[in-house]
Design a protein around this ligand. Structure first.
Ligand SMILES: *Cc1c(COP(=O)(O)O)cnc(C)c1O
Length: 366
């Protein structure tokens, strides 16, 4: 058996006809950049998240960076970012001219720990980026209380959490902006790079839209210098075709997570905490025997992998910030113990059971 972490081919086979037709239409209509498909995707995705507006961009990283630029970060302005996330969350702050300040995460949700975030606030803090890591919604209510107390904004990094629910709202619609990635392996993935910002603030929406398109709304009417980070028409048409299935795919992910949970119950490992709003971008277990287990699974043809092997504050890229080992114990512990098991809507029950039985026999020493 060969079980990948995510099988994009299995998904494509099921929707091949629709995708081909969608791509063909864009080419026939030469609707390549910011055309009618990009516009429709923005409308449908905004409605899906419950936000007023959506702005299609080049990537999730750009979605974060453009949000931060629109909020007019000044040099020296601090933004609090969880130490356990993908580097793009931090990169966007630096790219937008701000200073990254790391915070530890909560051991149960693995998302930014509101108390740690509150402790990281200084007079220079402008905002917090909440990452809905692995598809689990961050504790937005607690973060909003902190933000309110200190006059901060919250940006949601929902790159791993399309459709996740926090309280009675979809993630992305809660913060000042919500940033999504459509990187192919994400819960809603394009066939290349793409991203989306959602917001309900018209002034921000306008600014981000202009910034992503050379500082203009009309051809040659450049109001300021922006950049090029637009939605590709082919990607938009593919995403429109796939958006219809996102609800079913999310349900399938939750069912797979339930299946893993039942099969792995009672073993000496830590399972991800369930939450009704969790969309299981990844199914992440924790064990101190992580490296040994990963090797065992890989040898059995199972692509288990690590998200992420290093907490951001200890990466070479952030050495200049002067953080030390031991400063964010939860993030550091996760970096040493997390293992992502294969999860994708098309995984067969037999494949899931094979993964689970392999994990079980590893721990039971069979
Ligand atoms: C994927 C990801 C990003 C970046 O998205 P890209 O589209 O690859 O630029 C940002 N944050 C998190 C948490 C991600 O997983």
């Amino acid at each position: 058996m060969n079980i990948p972490l995510v099988d994009l081919k299995a998904q494509y086979i099921k929707i091949e006809h629709e995708i081909k037709e969608a791509v063909e239409k864009v080419i026939r209509e030469t609707a390549f950049i910011n055309g009618p498909y990009a516009k429709r995707l923005e409308q449908e995705f905004a409605a899906y998240t419950g936000a007023e507006f959506a702005v299609g961009v080049n990537s999730g990283t750009d979605a974060l960076m453009l949000s931060l630029k629109a909020l007019e970060l000044q040099s020296g302005d601090e933004v609090i970012v969880p130490a356990m996330t993908f580097i793009a969350t931090g990169e966007a702050v630096t790219l937008a001219g701000g200073k990254v300040v790391f915070s530890d995460v909560d051991p149960v949700t693995r998302c930014i720990d509101p108390r740690a975030a509150a402790a990281a606030v200084t007079p220079r803090t402008k905002g917090i980026i909440a990452v809905h890591l692995y598809g689990h919604p961050a504790d937005m209510a607690a973060l909003q209380a902190i933000a309110k107390e200190h006059g901060l904004w919250i940006i949601e990094d929902a790159a791993q959490a399309h459709g996740a629910i926090c309280g009675d709202r979809r993630v992305g619609s809660i913060g000042v902006t919500g940033c999504f990635s459509f990187y192919p392996g994400k819960n809603l993935g394009a066939y290349g790079d793409a991203g989306m910002i959602v917001t309900s603030e018209p002034v921000l929406e306008q600014k981000m839209r202009m910034m992503a398109n050379h500082g203009r709304l009309k051809k040659y009417g450049h109001v300021f210098e922006g950049m090029n980070s637009r939605m590709d028409g082919i990607q938009a048409a593919i995403l429109l075709a796939k958006l219809k299935y996102l609800g079913d795919w999310t349900k399938a992910r939750r069912d797979i997570a339930d299946g893993y949970r039942q099969s792995l119950d009672g073993l000496d490992l830590c399972l991800p905490k369930d939450n009704p709003g969790h969309v299981y971008h990844l199914f992440v277990i924790e064990t101190p025997r992580r490296d040994e287990l990963r090797k065992n699974l890989n040898e059995a043809g199972i692509s288990a992998s690590i998200h992420y092997p290093q907490a951001l504050h200890l990466l070479e890229a952030y050495r200049h910030l002067g953080y030390r080992e031991g400063q964010f114990p939860v993030s550091e512990h996760l970096a040493k113990t997390v293992l992502s098991l294969p999860i994708y809507p098309e995984i067969k029950a037999s494949q899931r059971e094979f993964v689970a039985s392999q994990v079980r026999s590893f721990f039971e020493g069979v």
